[in-house]
Design a protein around this ligand. Sequence first.
Ligand code: 6GU
Length: 240
Amino acid sequence: MRIDIVSIFPSFFDVLDISLLGRAREAGLIELGIHDLRDFTHDRHRKVDDTPFGGGAGMVMKPEPWGEALDSILDAAAASTAEASAAETPIIIFPSPAGEVFSQEMARELALKPALAFGCGRYEGIDQRVYEYAATRAEVRLVSLGDYVLNGGEVAVMAMIEAIGRLIPGVVGNPDSLVEESHEDGLLEYPSYTKPAEWRGREVPPVLTSGNHKAIALWRHEQQIERTRRVRPDLLPLHE
Ligand code: 6GU
């Protein structure tokens, strides 16, 4: 998968060099392009924001640098896949608290795409015409992490890339480890234990050391239901 990111803090994404996603990049499973929005300005101060028309607090990101940044990414994608036409056109994702809420289901859907491009806004947002222009060239989605406010899209994009990246085939070494996790089956995950069987006076639930695989599977499922009912009852109607 090809992933492009536009941000005024490109070094924020240096951490993608390490850990699981760093290895996936070395293995050629993920190709990453990080772009500094200020490289698409032409003034001495590399200005990317301005005051809002109509007044109000805060600054709005100017459309011109965004237009050039998006053109650069989309033109490069088109050139590299001239024969495959629209197949490799990235889905453009703008992290935004005003977007649809990110989910495991969305991560699964996006992990199947050949290319994604993330546009990280700062300040009070990006000039609305940028979203409209982007939508003339590609599929555009506004995506939120949840009902709280971050200063900019960078942290949200990091979270999305980690959730999506680990679902790309080959990125996680043992794919079995992907299935028994919170949210994969719509429930929270069951509690896990490892050795020693007793630690600081606390014993592992006896069923786990019984060797009875059917009883273990049943116990784990009951734990999932109980935990989900207690912490996230909103998830349960799917299962009852
Ligand atoms: Cl995606 N961006 C910002 N700025 N704030 C958020 C968010 C995104 N998701 C939740 N809060």
